[in-house]
Design a protein around this ligand. Structure first.
Ligand code: URA
Length: 220
């Protein structure tokens, strides 16, 4: 299945369109459009975030890039061999993901980092199409509850099938993902947000454990 990303002027969400127009006037040098995923569709790992940050991914057009959450995520991916190069918070910094693709549940920046349920729903078919377009996919790492919820929905699973729990790993039946034959794993982590790090909900060590676990699962 081919993955068709949203149009630059995607009009599915009235509130997000209005915010985008406001940001285009206020920050003309920013990307201010749906943010493109990062990494190859041939990757075995898909990391799903929430939505672009206003001055981060919405500015740079690369998920988690110039966002605090990326300052946590990218160095740890590199430390565990899932990325190479120098992460310099710009799309053209030459930083590369290895066997990983990163995307968001919602592709446009929402006011105050909070998409509505309707916006999540409007954006979900892009996530479903992206998952279906990854023939080698083995593990989806969901960062936070909104990512978890939308990945489950995109896979056609009920929320009762898998509750969000930091460190949990669930087996998704093969029938849920048309592109893969052996089923996939859904893993959960708290989001690498500034709030979670500052409040101690997530520590760097906890996130390293998640990445180690994912690598271990991949090699099974
Ligand atoms: N947080 C996310 O969840 N995604 C991004 O792209 C940036 C910050």
């Amino acid at each position: 299945m081919n993955f068709l990303p949203p149009d630059r002027n995607c009009g599915l969400c009235a509130r997000l369109c209005a915010f985008r127009e406001q940001n285009r006037r206020k920050y003309p040098a920013y990307h201010n459009a749906p943010v493109e995923p990062f990494g190859s569709l041939n990757a075995e790992i898909l990391i799903v975030g929430l939505a672009p940050g206003l001055n981060g991914a919405n500015r740079t057009n690369r998920p988690f890039t110039n966002d605090y959450a990326g300052d946590v995520l990218y160095p740890i991916l590199k430390q565990y061999g899932l990325a190479r190069g120098n992460y310099q918070k710009r799309k053209d910094d030459g930083f590369e993901l290895i066997n990983v693709r990163i995307t968001n549940a919602v592709r446009c920046v929402p006011p105050e980092n909070k998409p509505t349920g309707e916006e999540e729903k409007n954006c979900r078919h892009f996530l479903a199409a992206e998952i279906s377009a990854m023939p080698n996919l083995k593990i989806i790492l969901c960062l936070g509850t909104i990512s978890h919820k939308n990945v489950l929905c995109a896979l056609g699973q009920k929320q009762s099938f898998a509750k969000f729990k930091h460190g949990a790993v669930y087996e998704i039946p093969p029938s849920a993902v048309s592109s893969v034959q052996n089923g996939i794993l859904l893993a959960d982590s708290y989001h690498t947000s500034r709030y979670n790090i500052n409040t101690g909900v997530l520590t760097y060590t906890m996130f390293e454990e998640i990445i180690k676990k994912i690598k271990g699962l991949l090699n099974k």
